[in-house]
Design a protein around this ligand. Structure first.
Ligand code: OSB
Ligand code: MG
Length: 368
């Protein structure tokens, strides 16, 4: 496979409802899309970073820089036998996994088209219907949150994740459990606590959550291991896991019992498959996390979620929860059972709406 052209674009996409985590509120996404041409075919990838360096250090600006000055020059014109061979080529560049993933995932898209199979099958996926949950951000009031939970349950979603932070935790979970005693419920803290909060974190055991996601430091494993020894609720790691090696070490020291896999955070499908393998061989369940992706990133998430280790509902939900109109055709829809049926056509299985992308675009750069 030889990369002939690469095009990087930034689009602005307003969310239908703001999304708030412990690190801030987003109302409009800035999304960098990467289009790769190789072997007469076109593949698409998405940089999944936030607008600000609050989830990780990557931003649309850092991704643009790393793509333009390193990843694209290192890719153009190079011959490689498989999409999976690009990860080693990018290895000397430290970090910047979300920028790397955008190119690599576009190559996986192209490679699956070359083979004439759906991307999910090419990745080794086996599940043709994936279980879906939703991630609900911090709301203005608890009443607003309860109402949103009811709406998502009515739509069929299989589990509810809520965001927590100091001051929006115990009382919120108390109210949710009073209203919805039996639902599959979990909480994501996005690193808002420290071990000094141990008594509070321990007290959350009474809400019998499926898991608590990334309660402690964004790069920490050690304190998460200490915490997991003290609480009954399973710890799920998100921010701290950047590779299969991180996953192995986390499991070895008992830093958590579940891992959230995000394609951007681990650098693309090649490494995501390794994370899945490390976890599956150790009986650690994984699920697919979300980064408020447009349809392109969402389609890649769906493909990854078909790998056999993805046994828990992911944060992969319908396009309409995020956008008045998505940039792919068809949009992602969820069945009344809270599942997504995977596409059966070769490649990504969802076609980018080129005219729509053009309209939303604020900058573009072409290479090669
Ligand atoms: O921690 O999982 C997270 C969104 C942005 C940044 C981090 C996270 C999230 C979500 C949203 O929880 C998941 C989604 O609906 O895409
Ligand atoms: Mg998270």
């Amino acid at each position: 496979m030889k990369i002939e052209h690469v095009e990087v674009r930034e689009i602005r996409l307003p969310l239908v409802h703001f999304f708030e985590t412990s690190f801030g509120r987003t109302t409009e996404r800035r999304i960098v899309l990467v289009r790769v041409d190789a072997e007469g075919l076109t593949g698409w990838g998405e940089v999944t970073c936030g607008e600000e360096p609050f989830y990780s250090y990557e931003t649309p600006e850092t991704a643009w820089h790393i793509l333009r000055d390193f990843l694209i020059p290192w890719s153009l014109g190079h011959e490689c036998a498989a999409a999976s061979e690009f990860a080693p080529r990018f290895r000397p560049i430290r970090g910047h996994n979300m920028a790397k993933a955008a190119i690599e995932n576009a190559l996986w898209d192209i490679e699956s088209q070359m083979k004439g199979v759906p991307l999910w099958r090419h990745l080794g996926g086996t599940l043709e219907e994936i279980p879906c949950g939703v991630s609900i951000g911090i709301q203005n009031t608890i009443e607003d949150l309860l109402e949103r939970i009811q709406r998502e349950l009515d739509a069929g979603y299989q589990r509810i994740k809520v965001k927590i932070k100091p001051g929006w935790d115990v009382e919120v979970l108390e109210r949710i459990r009073r209203e919805f005693p039996r639902i599959a419920l979990m909480a994501d803290a996005n690193s808002a606590y420290t071990l000094a909060d141990l008594p509070l974190l321990k007290s959350l055991d009474r809400f019998y959550l499926m898991m608590i996601e990334q309660p402690l430091g964004w790069e920490d494993l050690i304190d998460h291991a200490k915490l997991q020894r003290e609480i009954a609720t399973p710890v799920c790691l998100d921010e701290s896991i950047h590779s299969a090696e991180d996953a192995r070490k986390a499991i070895e020291i008992g830093a958590g019992k579940i891992i959230n896999v995000k394609l951007g955070r681990v650098g693309g499908h090649t490494e995501a498959r390794r994370v899945e393998e490390v976890c599956r061989s150790r009986n650690v369940p994984v699920w697919c996390g979300g980064m408020l992706e447009s349809g392109i990133g969402r389609a890649h998430n769906i493909a990854m979620s078909t790998l056999p280790g993805f046994t828990l509902p992911g944060d992969v939900s319908a396009s309409r929860r995020y956008w008045s109109e998505d940039i792919i055709d068809p949009e992602v829809t969820v069945t009344s059972q809270g599942t997504i049926r995977v596409p059966q056509t070769p490649g990504l299985g969802y076609a980018p709406k080129l005219e729509k992308i053009e309209k939303l675009m604020v900058r573009r750069e072409r290479f090669g």
